[in-house]
Design a protein around this ligand. Sequence first.
Ligand SMILES: [Zn+2]
Length: 135
Amino acid sequence: MSYDIEKPDEQWRAELSPNEYAVLRQAATEPAFTGEYTDTTAKGVYSCRACGAELFTSETKFASHCGWPSFFDPKDTDAVELIEDRSHGMVRTEVRCARCGSHLGHVFAGEGYATPTDQRYCINSISLRLEPEAG
Ligand SMILES: [Zn+2]
């Protein structure tokens, strides 16, 4: 599919740090429990670090203890794109930014978390930027 924001690979490479590029554009995963937002409870909106689209809010972030920021729902259903991912010998659902196609993480369902959706959007901190709520 095509995205509202598309840039040549060398431009993404120039705009993002090497670690951001590896996750956002090459679907790498940051090591568990290392991301800056893993345990963050501040109120605010989490935007795509590649394009700035608003993706998640602190309202749906929950403590999954899995090592990555976890949300039970995106800010808007169409803010993210879900794609079947058969890499690494598993069938998972990849989560991408719907505006620029950057890799965010994966979504898992039916794990038994006490959330309204029973879904866990397991998102790399480095794919996000938290805009804290004013005041
Ligand atoms: Zn984006």
